[in-house]
Write a protein that binds this ligand. Structure first.
Ligand code: SF4
Length: 342
């Protein structure tokens, strides 16, 4: 598909087609840029953007199916067979003109792809050897060595595994992910990742049941999972199941400052690196600002009007675009903000 904004460009495409290249066509849209990868729906005269080259954060969704049902899932899973998403992703990988620095692979649960996940990883490794891949997975199926071995053995592609852990005991983690047995399976998966020396980022979403045990969870990680590369403490994305479970998911992080400090202390004590994601700087204690990252993908990242005059905006993650329908990570943003105004 060629982006053709001038008559001359369209005529060139027409000439190609007349010469027998029937799979070449043009599109004109001010929403597209050269390098974007699109899927064409010819019947509806529509294209869907699979990959936008100018974005800062890049990811491909491999499936919408999942074997968990997390209380705060931002993208509630569906049960239908969606193997077409794998083929679409492979096509997108094949068509990337410029190798991204980092490419996220998400779901649903990517491990449900079975052997196809290794196919996708190898495809990226072969076509884009400099790209670092981040696979967001609950890790449960990796507890089974019959699945872990073919995926991880002789894996040449650079992958970091982003694995959520929501409690230091089964009843908490299993409750948050709404799947009995998930805690044991995720731990088994983490140990198998470690046995193949795979880098792991543990992900902890800061909803109420998790915050209630956060220091204990961080101690558990320090004692039992010291091999993890880092721990990401993430403010909840106010969308999907999080809206339906609002009483458990909506928190004001300013009410949990002592908990965040304790958690940070536990991780530091065990020399486990950590970072905060999706949390605006004014929702965090000042001594933890250095650990905050601008993590929200650019296409869903917004700032409040008051942020325009904030001195730390350039290094602040801001908000999810849909926070107005949901909530901000800290309701008292304006009061705190004033501390930053010159
Ligand atoms: S006022 Fe806005 S830019 Fe400043 S720290 Fe808060 S959210 Fe970030």
């Amino acid at each position: 598909m060629t982006l053709a904004t001038t008559m001359q460009q369209r005529q060139s495409v027409a000439q190609y087609r007349a010469a027998g290249l029937a799979n070449v066509d043009w599109i004109d849209s001010d929403k597209l840029e050269v390098g974007d990868v699109v899927a064409v729906n010819a019947e509806r005269s529509e294209v869907e953007v699979l990959y936008r080259e100018s974005d800062m954060h890049h990811s491909l969704q491999l499936t919408n199916r999942c074997n968990s049902n997390c209380l705060m899932c931002s993208q509630p899973p569906t049960a239908q067979d969606d193997e077409w998403m794998i083929h679409e992703s492979l096509e997108a990988i094949r068509h990337l003109a410029v190798s991204p620095q980092v490419l996220g692979l998400s779901g649903g649960e990517p491990l449900l792809l079975g052997p196809h996940l290794r196919t996708v990883l190898d495809a990226i490794g072969n076509k884009h050897p400099e790209t670092r891949i981040e696979v967001l997975t609950n890790g449960r199926l990796l507890a089974n060595m019959d699945q872990a071995r073919p995926l991880l053995e002789n894996l040449a592609t650079r992958v970091t595994w982003l694995v959520p852990l929501y409690g230091h005991a089964d009843f908490i983690h299993d409750f948050v992910v709404q799947a009995p047995g998930a805690f044991e399976q995720t731990l088994g998966g983490l140990l198998n990742l470690q046995s193949y020396r795979q880098p792991v980022q543990l992900r902890i979403v800061l909803i109420r049941p998790v915050l209630e045990v956060l220091p204990a969870l961080c101690t558990f990680i320090g004692r039992n999972l010291p091999f993890v590369k880092e721990v990401a403490l993430m403010a909840c994305e106010p969308i999907g199941f999080a809206l339906a479970n609002r009483e458990l998911c909506e928190v004001d992080l300013l009410d949990w400052q002592d908990t965040l400090q304790l958690a940070a202390r536990q991780l530091s004590r065990h020399s486990v690196p950590f970072l905060f994601m999706n949390a605006p700087l004014c929702a965090l204690p000042k001594n933890l600002h250095a650990f905050a990252h601008r993590s929200i993908s650019d296409w869903k990242n917004v700032y409040a009007p008051i942020c325009e005059s904030c001195q730390v905006k350039a290094s602040c993650s801001g908000f999810f675009a849909w926070h107005e329908r949901g909530w901000k990570p800290a309701k008292t943003i304006q009061i705190i903000h004033e501390e930053y105004v010159a």
